[in-house]
Design a protein around this ligand. Structure first.
Ligand code: SF4
Ligand code: SF4
Length: 384
């Protein structure tokens, strides 16, 4: 049995967020249960790219600030950091500029907290319980921390349907190791198994989700902000994701990270085995939450998973939005994108459908389109 607390939080006003964060932790027994005096507590927020907080791409700075206060109240030292996918190879200039755009750098300066360039140093760790990944290269700052406090944002995701507590842990991998992982763990199923292995290597002491304003549609970067109005907390990132999904109308066990983690006994993904504290789920449900356009919901049902290769969405260029910035070309782990005049060209023979290009394009110029067969099956499914 795992426990998840839910506290309503209608906006990012400092007082409201402070109260919600405090209540959500108090419901779990209080911060002193998790953070001890003199601990070094890493607040691992979500910095996919540098973007203003109102875009709902990154963990809101008000949530990071409230968590800093909690850690200090426990007599510990807070540190703040992430390995941003946008950074590519370790690049402090890019990293700190992204942190400034997202408002996190200002919070750290005001609170006099160290903002760690997590990708700068890495270490290899053994992961004996991992199924496929028995070693990981992790950011040294993650390994050195006494306590990891995971601060995800509730968002949709083209590959894994949903990104929350489990997916946010991926930011513990530094620099280009993220891209390498996409090559080694291709497809939603393998990628999600890898994330479950990673959870065994890095189990956050506490996961606190910013679900005040989440992202629907083409997340995790190019979707729309969606008001959800809650802060969630748990020591089990899998259980927290299950509850968050239920709030926004996604069947929890359809999310491959949650299903696979639950099947392997790494956290609890079944709502029947999760104790809820605080606000009842019924009063926090959100209607009409839209998934990413290429979401392979059908492929995740398990009914026709064997057809997934033929059903999977492909990234396509929306030429009129492309500004020729080459972010997609730089970050494609498979070398499937090249410069073709002013715009990128796809080599679908090389594409591994990791969707990094769609995730990182600053102009929403890459969309995920599902093949005709998948759309036909969807229509058939809807008609049943
Ligand atoms: S598709 Fe997006 S990331 Fe790629 S070059 Fe065009 S604008 Fe840049
Ligand atoms: S083209 Fe896009 S989806 Fe395909 S491998 Fe490259 S980054 Fe991933």
């Amino acid at each position: 049995m795992s426990t998840v607390s839910i506290v309503k939080c209608s906006d990012y006003g400092m007082t409201e967020v402070d109260i919600a964060v405090q209540e959500s932790i108090d419901l779990l027994g209080g911060i002193s249960q998790y953070v001890k005096p003199r601990d070094r507590a890493l607040l691992k927020f979500n910095l996919l790219v540098g973007a203003p907080p109102e875009k709902a791409i990154t963990t809101h700075p008000a949530v990071v600030r409230a968590m800093i206060d909690q850690v200090r109240a426990a007599g510990a030292t807070p540190l703040v950091g992430d390995c941003s996918a946008y950074e590519g190879p370790p690049n402090p200039g890019r990293y700190y500029s992204a942190c400034r755009l997202s408002g996190i750098k200002q919070v750290c300066e005001e609170e006099e907290v160290e903002l760690v360039h997590l990708s700068a140093e890495s270490v290899e760790v053994e992961n004996p319980q991992g199924r496929a990944f028995k070693r990981f290269t992790l950011a040294k700052g993650v390994v050195d921390a006494d306590v990891i406090i995971n601060l995800p944002k509730l968002k949709t995701h083209g590959l894994t349907l949903f990104t929350g507590g489990v997916k946010n842990n991926y930011g513990c991998l530094p620099g280009l190791h993220k891209a390498q992982m996409h090559l080694r763990a291709q497809g939603a199923e393998n990628f999600s198994q890898m994330l479950v292995d990673l959870l065994l290597a890095v189990w956050p002491t506490l996961t606190m989700m910013d679900a005040v304003i989440g992202m629907e549609g083409d997340g995790p970067r190019n979707g729309r902000p969606k008001k959800i109005g809650a802060i969630l907390a748990s020591t089990d990132a899998v259980a927290l994701d299950a509850v968050a999904c239920e709030m926004v109308g996604i069947e929890p066990l359809m999310v491959p990270t949650t299903r696979l983690a639950h099947e392997r006994g790494v956290g609890v993904g079944d709502l029947a085995q999760i104790q809820l504290l605080g606000e009842p789920l019924e009063t926090t449900r959100v209607a009409d939450f839209q998934l990413a356009s290429g979401s392979d919901f059908f492929g995740h049902t398990g009914v026709l998973r064997f057809l997934q290769g033929r059903l999977v969405a492909k990234p396509v260029l929306v030429a009129e939005r492309c500004q020729g910035c080459w972010v997609c070309v730089e970050h494609c782990p498979a070398g499937a994108l090249s410069k073709n005049g002013q715009q990128p060209a796809f080599d679908y023979g090389k594409c591994i459908c990791c969707y990094c290009c769609q995730e990182l394009c600053p102009n929403n110029a890459i969309e995920l389109r599902r093949p005709l067969l998948a759309r036909m099956l969807d229509r058939r499914d809807e008609g049943e």
